[in-house]
Design a binder for this molecule. Structure first.
Ligand SMILES: [Zn+2]
Ligand SMILES: [Zn+2]
Length: 309
């Protein structure tokens, strides 16, 4: 599991930072990629990475501001030519369906794959055997969602070698042992299945927020998460500006991560008023409050691990 940051800037494209998009690669977990927001030229950014458009299984849109959706029609269209045959599901606020269907219709674009569009409400927006995704409304000028992606715990692995050493061969007995049953072997030995199954693997929790002021739902979405991706449009001393434009500062994002007991914080959606030389100062503002912070840069990959970054 890893993030590839495709665009980390706010509002409009800048040389160093394109507009918003994040790929969450779940290649081991489900052989697919989930995209969060799709600002203009996201498909161009993807060309510089190992992300495969054909593997994009789901796209989650936080809100309908242009810097988060103007790349959608192009990416959806190109995916047809990039081996994208599998169904794609697009999640987003009310209006996303009209926007996409109008763009595709007027441009005469015919997709070669099935596109499902889900206009989300607060609550669970997706669940299967491996993952649950919850959406909550944030505080932005228009309807805007944050997403909490919860990987389900996986059962521990069967200690095959230890069983083979006891002379037990793979077969029906293995299944009973894996289920934790107490089993009597042919030679009379009794073993407890639970002793031969490793610790369950705890699922990861990833929180990706759209543009927002500090708000209650940010804490709820980020509670005890492994990674919180939070916008930080402004520097710590610009709280009034951030409030006025429905955005957050570096320090506000750090305070949310701290209060929510997140393990790691990644800041993105950085205003183009800050140049490369300012980044260290922006980072230190957040680190002073929440040490495990990084500021995302375009095209960086961040591996999601058990340890902190
Ligand atoms: Zn934005
Ligand atoms: Zn916005």
């Amino acid at each position: 599991m890893n993030f590839v940051f495709l665009g980390t800037g706010a509002g409009m494209p800048a040389k160093a930072r394109n507009v918003s998009s994040i790929a969450l690669q779940l290649l081991e977990e489900r052989k697919s990629v989930w995209l969060f927001d799709c600002g203009e030229a996201t498909q161009h950014q993807i060309l510089h990475t190992s992300v495969k458009p054909g593997k994009i299984e789901k796209i989650f849109i936080t809100h309908l501001h242009g810097d988060h959706i103007f790349g959608l029609p192009g990416l959806l269209s190109s995916r047809s030519f990039q081996d994208g045959k599998n169904m794609l599901t697009l999640y987003g606020p009310k209006g996303i369906e009209e926007y996409v269907m109008t763009s595709l219709k007027i441009s005469g674009t015919h997709l070669k794959y099935e596109l499902e569009i889900v206009e989300v409400e607060e609550g669970i927006v997706f669940e299967d055997a491996g993952f649950v995704v919850e959406a909550r409304k944030l505080e932005h000028g228009i309807e805007c969602f944050g997403y909490r992606i919860m990987e389900k715990d996986r059962p521990g692995e069967l200690q095959v070698e230890a069983l083979m050493n006891l002379g037990i061969k793979p077969g029906p007995l293995f299944k009973r042992i894996k289920n934790g049953e107490i089993v009597q072997l042919e030679n009379g030995t009794v073993i407890n299945g639970a002793d031969f199954v490793g610790e369950p693997k705890k699922g990861k929790v990833i929180t990706i927020l759209g543009d927002t002021r500090t708000c209650e739902n940010s804490y709820k979405l980020a509670e005890n998460c492994d990674y919180l991706v939070h916008e930080a449009t402004f520097a710590g001393n610009s709280e009034e500006l951030a409030y006025e434009y429905f955005h957050s500062t570096t320090t506000q994002a750090a305070k949310t991560a701290l209060a929510a007991n997140a393990k790691n914080l990644i800041l993105t959606h950085i205003s183009s008023r800050y140049i490369a030389e300012d980044v260290e100062e922006l980072l230190q503002e957040a680190v002073g409050i929440f040490p495990n912070t990084v500021i995302a840069e375009d095209l960086i990959k961040i591996e999601i691990q058990n340890k902190t970054v």
